[in-house]
Design a protein around this ligand. Structure first.
Ligand SMILES: CC(C)(COP(=O)(O)OP(=O)(O)OC[C@H]1O[C@@H](n2cnc3c(N)ncnc32)[C@H](O)[C@@H]1OP(=O)(O)O)[C@@H](O)C(=O)NCCC(=O)NCCS
Length: 122
């Protein structure tokens, strides 16, 4: 993960909560991008919010900022894989304009399948 976050072709967004002098990390996302045949595409590597802070718009904000980073880097589309049983994440992506492109069997450990989602960055 360190290698990924330090790459010039990626952006990491962090959500923090501060209380008195204490700052806690409560969520983060990592997006990377690459060019293929002159077309730049981005990929959401990970997005996660601490369970106690879910359902408050933090995941949507992290996703939106990741998209903005990818767009600023010249990416025209953004893609991701998500576990077919991950209703929360699927809800997040579908509500933010991602469309299902396909399904990849055995993508995760223990033979779990993934959906592939994509969105034009326009
Ligand atoms: C997926 C995840 C990042 C969402 O973060 P979050 O902060 O709870 O999301 P938000 O509060 O911003 O919600 C954004 C949208 O997600 C969808 N959503 C959120 N919780 C949901 C749930 N329990 N069921 C269905 N959809 C849900 C809704 O469409 C919501 O939009 P709305 O509030 O306008 O209705 C969070 O659940 C998480 O960290 N999950 C574990 C890690 C993970 O699975 N990451 C994805 C890997 S592909």
């Amino acid at each position: 993960m360190r290698q990924l976050t330090e790459s010039a072709n990626s952006a990491t967004w962090i959500a923090e909560q501060s209380e008195a002098s204490k700052i806690d990390l409560i969520g983060f996302s990592i997006v990377e991008w690459s060019a293929h045949k002159g077309e730049s595409a981005a990929y959401i590597q990970t997005i996660e919010v601490h369970p106690a802070f879910r359902g408050r718009g933090i995941g949507a904000e992290l996703l939106s900022r990741s998209e903005a980073s990818a767009r600023a880097a010249g990416a025209h589309t953004i893609e991701l894989h998500v576990d077919v049983e991950n209703a929360e994440a699927i809800g997040l992506y579908e509500s933010r304009g991602y469309a299902r492109q396909g399904r990849e069997e055995h993508y995760y450990a223990r033979h779990r399948a993934a959906f592939i989602y994509a969105k034009p960055l326009g």
